[in-house]
Write a protein that binds this ligand. Structure first.
Ligand code: NAD
Length: 452
C-alpha cells in the first residue's frame, strides 16, 4: 500500500508539501527500469556521457536559486549554505564529467601476449541519503556513479526529499536519458532496504547513522554487494597554546554550529591546551554570542533551526551537563535552539562521547601533544577534525597520530569535491569524492590476449 509524507518547514513548522512514498512494488519497477537503462547508458561513447554530465551540471547552475530556495524551505538551511550546496552539485557533476574519457585501465607486461585492465561499471547503484545535506550527499554519490557508466536509484531522506526530486527532473531536462537517474522518495525500511535486498542493485552507497549503516552492511553481505558507508562522527578541534588563539576561537562556532550542528564533520569536541584555556574561552564566548541564528532566508543567517521536533528533543537531552555559555535563538515557531557550550566533568560524559547532531559543543583541556592525540582517538568514530598550532612539526605529528579521515590544520574546512572524504573506524567504509572515487563505482577486469 502506498503512503505519503507531509514535508515540514522546520523554521515555521508549516506543511510545505505532501510527498507520495513508493511502496515495494513501485520500487521494484524503478529498479528494473534502471537495469534496462544501464544496457544503453554503459555503451554511450565516453565523450557523449561527459557532454551529458556537463549539460546536467549547467542545468543545475541555471536552477541554483530555485534549488537553494527549496532547501531553505524544506531543510531550514541558511541561504548562504543552500546556494553553496546547489553549486556543490553542479561542481561535482562538472568534476566527474571529465572522467568518462579518463577511465584508464593498465597495460601490464606479460609473456606471450598483452595484458590489459578495464574499469567496468557495476550496474544499478543504490544511493541512500540522510536529511542533513540532501543535495551535496546525493551528488557525491550520483555524479561519479553516472560518470563511470552506472545507472542510479536514489532515495532521499523522508524529511528532505524535495531537492532530490527536483534534481531528478533537471537531469531529464539536461538530456540524461529516462531511467538513468531515478529518485525514489520513500521509507528507509521499504525503499532503502529494497536497494539492499534487490539483486539488480549491485552497490549501495549509504550515508547516515552508524546504527543503520551496520544493518546495511549486514544486509549487503548476503549478496556480497558492494557498499560504501559514510556514518557518524565525533570530531575534535584541537587548539594548542602556540596557535593563533583569536583566530581559532573565531572559527570554532562555525566549525560546530554550521547547519545547526547537523553535520557529520562537526567539531563537537574542543580540546584546548591548559595554558591557553582562559584566553580561548574569552574569545570563544564573544564569537558564540554573536553567531547569528535567524530566519534562514536572510543572507546574514549563520544558523537555522534543527530539522525536526524529534531531533530537537534528542539534542535537548544532552543539555543536563554544566553549561559554560549559550548564544541566541529565535523564540518563534520552528525547531530553534541556541548554540550551547558545555563543560563536561570528564571524558566519560555523554556529550563527550556521543554524536549529538545539534548546536552543542563540549570543551575540555589537555596538557600536552600526547594527551591531545589520546583524547581525540578515544572515540569509536574518526571522520574529521582540526588542529591549530604554529609549529609545523607538531601539525604533522598530530595529523599522522589522529585516527580520522579528513583533517585540517589552522582551518576548519575539510570537504572539497576534488579531495577524498570518508571515515576511519565506525565513521565509515570507503571514500567518496576526489580523483579515485570512480574506483568505488567500477570493477577491474583483467584481459590477457595471446600473441598466437
Ligand atoms: P539515518 O541512518 O536514520 O537515515 C539515513 C537514510 O537511511 C535515510 O534516507 C533513511 O530513510 C534511510 N534508512 C533508514 N533505515 C533504513 C534501513 N533499514 N534500510 C535502508 N535505509 C534506511 O540517518 P539520518 O538521521 O537521516 O542522518 C543523520 C546521520 O547521518 C548522522 O549520524 C550523521 O553523522 C550521518 N551522516 C554522515 C555523513 C558522512 O559523510 N559520514 C554525512 C552526513 C550524515
Amino acid at each position: 500500500m502506498s503512503t505519503s509524507y507531509d514535508v515540514i518547514n522546520p523554521a515555521t513548522e508549516e506543511i510545505v508539501k505532501n510527498v507520495p512514498h513508493l511502496d515495494l512494488e513501485a520500487t521494484d519497477l524503478v529498479i528494473v527500469k534502471a537495469a534496462k537503462a544501464f544496457e544503453t547508458w554503459r555503451h554511450i561513447a565516453p565523450g557523449e556521457r561527459a557532454r551529458l554530465l556537463r549539460s546536467f551540471s549547467q542545468v543545475v547552475t541555471d536552477h541554483r536559486e530555485e534549488l537553494a530556495q527549496i532547501e531553505i524551505t524544506n531543510s531550514g538551511h541558511t541561504r548562504g549554505n543552500a546556494l553553496w550546496e546547489a553549486d556543490n552539485v553542479a561542481n561535482t557533476l562538472m568534476y566527474y564529467a571529465a572522467s568518462p574519457e579518463r577511465l584508464f585501465g593498465r597495460q601490464i607486461p606479460v609473456p606471450g601476449g598483452i595484458d590489459v585492465t578495464f574499469k567496468e561499471p557495476l550496474g544499478v547503484v543504490g544511493i541512500i541519503v540522510p536529511w542533513n545535506f540532501p543535495m551535496p550527499i546525493a551528488g557525491w554519490g550520483f555524479a561519479p556513479a553516472l560518470a563511470a557508466g552506472n545507472t542510479v536509484v536514489l532515495k532521499p531522506a523522508e524529511y528532505t526529499p524535495l531537492s532530490a526530486i527536483r534534481l531528478g527532473e533537471l537531469a531529464l531536462i539536461a538530456g540524461i536519458p529516462e531511467g538513468v537517474f531515478n529518485v525514489l522518495p520513500g521509507k528507509g525500511s521499504v525503499v532503502g532496504n529494497r536497494f539492499v535486498t534487490h539483486p539488480l542493485v549491485r552497490k549501495v552507497v549509504f550515508t547516515g547513522s552508524t546504527t543503520v549503516g551496520k544493518q546495511i552492511m549486514v544486509g549487503c553481505a548476503e549478496q556480497v554487494k558492494r557498499v560504501t558507508l559514510e556514518l557518524g562522527g565525533k570530531s575534535s578541534n584541537i587548539i594548542f597554546a602556540d596557535a593563533d588563539i583569536e583566530k581559532a576561537a573565531a572559527g570554532a562556532p562555525g566549525a560546530v554550529f554550521d547547519n545547526a550542528g547537523q553535520d557529520c564533520c562537526s567539531r563537537s569536541r574542543i580540546l584546548v591546551q591548559k595554558s591557553a584555556f582562559d584566553n580561548f574561552m574569552e574569545h570563544f564566548e564573544v564569537a558564540v554570542k554573536k553567531f547569528r541564528v535567524e530566519d534562514p532566508n536572510l543572507s546574514t543567517a549563520e544558523m537555522g533551526p534543527l530539522i525536526s521536533k524529534k531531533q530537537f528533543d534528542v539534542v535537548e537531552s544532552f543539555l543536563d551537563e554544566p553549561i559554560a555559555f549559550k548564544g541566541n535563538a529565535p523564540t518563534s515557531p520552528g525547531y530553534w535552539m541556541a548554540p550551547t557550550v558545555l563543560l563536561p566533568k570528564n571524558t566519560q560524559a555523554r556529550s563527550w562521547r556521543e554524536e549529538i547532531f545539534g548546536p552543542v559543543v563540549s570543551v575540555m583541556v589537555f596538557e600536552d601533544e600526547a594527551e591531545a592525540i589520546a583524547m581525540a582517538n578515544d572515540s569509536e568514530y574518526g571522520l574529521s577534525g582540526s588542529i591549530w598550532t604554529r609549529d609545523i612539526g607538531r601539525a604533522l605529528r598530530v595529523s599522522r597520530g589522529i585516527e580520522t579521515g579528513a583533517l585540517s590544520v589552522n582551518s576548519n574546512s575539510s570537504v572539497r569535491f576534488w579531495t577524498p572524504f570518508g571515515g576511519f573506524k565506525q565513521s565509515g567504509l570507503g571514500r567518496e569524492l576526489g580523483p579515485d572515487a570512480l574506483d568505488s563505482f567500477t570493477e577491474v577486469k583483467n584481459v590477457f590476449i595471446s600473441n598466437d
